[in-house]
Design a protein around this ligand. Sequence first.
Ligand code: AMP
Ligand code: GLY
Length: 437
Amino acid sequence: MNILLLGSGGREHAIAWKLKQSSSCDELYIAPGNAGTAESGTNIQLAITDFAGIRQACLDKDIHLVIVGPEEPLVKGVVDYFKANPVALSADIAAEMGLKEVPVIGPDAYGAQLEGSKAFAKAFMKRHAIPTAAYREFDADNFSEGLDYIKQHSLPIVLKADGLAAGKGVLILNDREEAAQEFTSMIQESKFGDASKKVVIEQFLSGIELSVFVLTDGKNFLVLPEAKDYKRIGEGDTGLNTGGMGAVSPVPFAGPDFMQKVMERVVKPTVSGLQKEAIDYKGFVFIGLIMVGEDPYVIEYNCRMGDPETEVVMPRLKNDLVELMLATARQELDQLTIEYDPRIACTVMAVSGGYPGDYEKGKIIKGLDKVGSEESLVFHAGTAEKGGKIVTNGGRVLCVTSFGSTVTEAVDRSKKILERIEFEGMNYRKDIGFEFN
Ligand code: AMP
Ligand code: GLY
């Protein structure tokens, strides 16, 4: 089977690496990919939202399956585009795959609103009695009610831009006046563009966060290993939010009793909710949870895998990923079970100097040839090949995932490898998994 994967981050390198291990994977293309994905397959220079170009690439390269890494193409309707403009599979491939048209793994634009609209996600949770923070939504029409709501709201106040805002649309404020100002700037001054035309104000929940990943075919589902990511730039979870500086899987505090609650109260009602509402969802649901006392609450849904969580989940997953993707497209996930490596996997992300603020690109990355190790893997994120050299090409540059029998052992292994890699301005957190040491 020939596969096209959309995206260019560490998540996509980990997915590409995993796909390539399947005996069913013939040609693997990644659009646009990075210097790491070029080791697992062939990069194609295509924008992830150029749907006509993606469809044309499917025809030109005889692609049989499309997998979408990031949320943007899903929210913008790549699945809908392929539904309206299907690519037929040849008779022999159709027979082999049990499908007539090239499937695109991911929800349609309506389903992707679970991530693309906070108000949609909150209303979905409300309809299906899924535990989440109490909330109200506001826009220009009920703006002054929003200001009144803030006046009597308990602190801290959580303000969320409704739409996609590159991970920056959530503000947690300890001052009502400041909250009122931010709320005003979101709705009246388009602080986050159209994304903040609508704002969700919600109750602050205090607890530990973790992420649970569900693969659903719209009827059946499988739960992948859970993970915890480290969003802040600074050690001890301080400083600005980033896309993610590291991750750990499994999550030591997520014991069987807690995971059972997650299953009954969150995962099952989420999948049955999608089914009851006839939402066409064949793909990953990333459930961001917070453990309050002993109970799970949903902080957010994403319509894709997490990054850098994928870089610990994929190495632990023992299943054939192509088989999982195909079963998703065929709505046959009930025929499979998830098998995973019981060892602990941790990843540590190396970022460009200045990130998550301004940073420079194009710094030569040295030492990548010296990283060979049984227990560790290097996944590229923002990297590119330039004149035969691998250079930095983003804020998050690369991560090293290692296995260990403890979190400390795994993190130490990743740090040892990172000591052999260098680029100007390189920075990484040395305390990933600190609360589990
Ligand atoms: P999001 O952009 O939805 O991932 O939210 C960013 C971060 O804000 C989350 O990872 C949480 O740490 C925090 N957050 C969001 N909603 C709440 C809430 N209701 N209570 C406490 N923290 C929250
Ligand atoms: N690591 C968080 C995310 O992928 O959204």
